[in-house]
Design a protein around this ligand. Structure first.
Ligand SMILES: Cc1cc2nc3c(=O)[nH]c(=O)nc-3n(C[C@H](O)[C@H](O)[C@H](O)COP(=O)(O)OP(=O)(O)OC[C@H]3O[C@@H](n4cnc5c(N)ncnc54)[C@H](O)[C@@H]3O)c2cc1C
Length: 435
C-alpha cells in the first residue's frame, strides 16, 4: 500500500473463514474489494488452537460448499488441515488478500461518502467496510482469578499440549467444547484433573448411525434464529477428538476426573465452588435426551431405516465427586499447580469508530447489515441463525451480506436519465481525447 489514498469499493477486515466466504461472494457479484489481514490467512486455526484440536463437525459438514476436504468425509479435520483448506479455498478464486496489514481505525468521511481505513501500511478510502474479525477475539479470564505466585495460569487460547504445564494437578475452569476436551487430554496424559462444570448442552456425537450435525440439520435446529432468553451462558460440550465421541461428564468422572460446580471465588490458596454440579449435569442430560427423542420421532415420522441404539440411553453410576461434590479445595494441599481458564472470549471493535454499536457495545445490525450505512458484519454468533459462527454457516450469511452490498451499490450508482446523459456528455470528449 502506498501513501496515496487508494480508493476501493469494499474493504473486508480479517481473512479467516468469514472474510474468505465474504470475498468469494463479492467476487461472484463482481464487486471490487480487498481483504486486509493483520496476521496470516486463517491465523486463528494456526496459532489460536491447541495442537491436537480437530473440527467439532465431520469433514463432510464443516466446510464450504465449493470444496471438499482431502480426508475421509466422516472424519474430523485437524486444525492445520482446516487452515490449509481455507488457504486453498482462497487461492481457488484468487481472493485479493493483503496479509500482515492491520486495520487500526475506520472512520466515516465528512463531506464525501464512505470511510477512511487507516492501516499499519497507510490509509485508503472505502465505500463499505465488512468486519470479519471473528467471534472470538480477546480471551477472557474472569476477575476472580487468584494472584497466587507460582501458580501457572493460562486461557484455553494459549493451551497447546499437556507438556506445557508444570508437574502437578490442574484445575480447568469451564466445560464447554474447549474446557472438556482439554481436561480429557490432560487426564489421558496422566494428570490429576479438576473440571469446573457450568450449565451446558451436550448433544450426542452420533445417534442411530448419524452424526449430530446431520440431526441438527434435518431437524431444522441449525436454522434456529435466536438463542432462547436466559441461555446466553450455556456452552455446548461436543468433541471430534479421537474419531469423535459423545461428551459424557459422568463417564469422565468414572475415569478419574474430579468434577466440581461453577467456580465461585478464590481466597488465599482455597477455591470455592457453587453447589450446582448435580443440577448442571442433569440439565445437560436432559438436553442430550431431548435430541435423542426428537431424532427417534423424526425416524418414525419419515419411516427411516436407521438402527435402534438403546445403549445411548444408558446412564453410568455417579462417581463420588458427583454424589458428594466438593464445595472447597485447598489448591496447595491438593497439589494444583496450574489453572486453565476455558472461559470464552470477548469482542474488540476499538478500531471500528463508527456509530454501529448498541448500548452494551455490541454490533447493532440486521443479518449483518450494520446500523451505520456502509458497515457490515459476518461471522458473529447468531448473526442470522445458530449456524452463523461456524465454517459452513458463515458462507450462507456472507452471501446475504454480499447481496445487500450489491443492492446498496445500485442505489448509490443510480442517476436520473437526464443526469446520466449530462454526465456522459461531460466525460465522452475526455475519453475521445485520450483515445
Ligand atoms: C477452540 C475453538 C474451536 C472451534 N471449532 C470449530 C469447529 O470445529 N467447527 C466450526 O465450524 N467452528 C469452530 N469454531 C468456531 C469458529 O469456526 C472459529 O472461531 C473461526 O475461527 C471463526 O472464523 P472467523 O473468520 O469468523 O474469525 P477468525 O478465524 O478469528 O478470523 C478473524 C481474522 O481477523 C483478523 N483480524 C482481527 N482484527 C483485525 C484488524 N484490526 N485488522 C486486520 N485483521 C484483523 C485476525 O487476525 C483473524 O485472522 C471454533 C472456535 C474455537 C474458539
Amino acid at each position: 500500500m502506498t501513501d496515496e489514498m487508494t480508493e476501493i469499493d469494499t474493504v473486508v477486515v480479517g481473512a479467516g473463514q468469514a472474510g474468505i466466504a465474504m470475498s468469494e461472494h463479492l467476487s461472484r457479484l463482481g464487486i471490487e474489494h480487498l481483504l486486509l489481514e493483520k496476521n496470516r490467512v486463517a491465523e486463528a486455526w494456526r496459532s489460536g488452537r491447541w495442537d491436537s484440536l480437530v473440527a467439532n463437525g465431520p469433514a463432510w459438514h464443516d466446510r464450504f460448499p465449493g470444496r471438499e476436504f482431502d480426508i475421509d468425509p466422516d472424519g474430523f479435520a485437524g486444525k492445520e488441515q482446516i487452515a490449509d483448506y481455507l488457504e486453498a479455498y482462497a487461492r481457488q478464486f484468487n481472493a485479493p488478500i493483503r496479509s500482515g496489514v492491520e486495520v487500526k481505525r475506520v472512520t466515516r468521511n465528512v463531506g464525501r461518502s464512505g470511510f477512511t481505513v487507516e492501516t499499519s501500511q497507510g490509509a485508503l478510502l472505502a465505500q463499505r467496510v465488512v468486519s470479519a474479525t471473528g467471534p472470538f477475539q480477546k480471551p477472557v479470564i474472569p476477575a476472580i482469578a487468584p494472584k497466587t505466585e507460582g501458580l501457572y495460569q493460562i486461557h484455553s487460547a494459549h493451551y497447546y499440549n499437556p507438556e506445557q504445564l508444570p508437574d502437578g494437578a490442574v484445575l480447568v475452569v469451564g466445560a464447554g467444547s474447549s474446557g472438556v476436551q482439554i481436561a480429557d487430554e490432560l487426564l489421558r496424559a496422566g494428570k490429576q484433573v479438576y473440571l469446573s462444570v457450568g450449565p451446558h448442552d451436550r448433544p450426542p456425537r452420533a445417534y442411530r448411525n448419524r452424526d449430530f450435525c446431520w440431526w441438527l440439520g434435518v431437524l431444522g435446529l441449525w436454522d434456529t434464529e435466536a438463542m432462547k432468553p436466559g441461555r446466553e451462558h450455556v456452552t455446548i460440550a461436543v468433541s471430534g477428538a479421537r474419531g469423535g465421541h459423545t461428551v459424557d461428564f459422568r463417564r469422565l468422572a468414572q475415569a478419574g476426573m474430579t468434577l466440581v460446580g461453577l467456580t465461585e471465588r478464590f481466597e488465599d490458596s482455597k477455591v470455592t465452588f457453587k453447589p450446582d454440579l448435580a443440577e448442571n449435569l442433569d440439565q445437560g442430560d436432559q438436553n442430550y435426551l431431548a435430541l435423542l427423542d426428537a431424532a427417534d420421532a423424526y425416524v418414525d415420522r419419515n419411516g427411516l431405516d436407521l438402527p435402534l441404539e438403546p445403549a445411548a440411553r444408558e446412564r453410568v453410576a455417579d462417581a463420588p465427586c458427583i454424589a458428594q461434590p466438593l464445595r472447597e479445595l485447598d489448591l496447595a494441599a491438593a497439589g494444583v499447580k496450574s489453572i486453565i481458564w476455558a472461559t470464552g472470549y470477548a469482542a474488540d471493535y476499538s478500531w471500528l469508530q463508527v456509530d454501529t454499536f448498541n448500548e452494551g457495545g455490541k454490533p447493532s445490525h440486521q443479518r449483518g447489515v450494520g446500523k451505520e450505512p456502509g458497515i457490515f458484519f459476518v461471522g458473529l454468533p447468531w448473526l442470522s441463525r445458530r449456524g452463523s459462527a461456524f465454517i459452513w454457516g458463515v458462507w450462507h450469511d456472507a452471501r446475504h451480506v454480499a447481496e445487500q452490498i450489491a443492492i446498496q451499490r445500485k442505489y448509490q450508482q443510480y442517476r436520473r436519465k437526464d443526469e446520466a446523459d449530462e454526465f456522459a456528455s461531460a466525460v465522452t470528449p475526455l475519453n475521445q481525447a485520450r483515445a
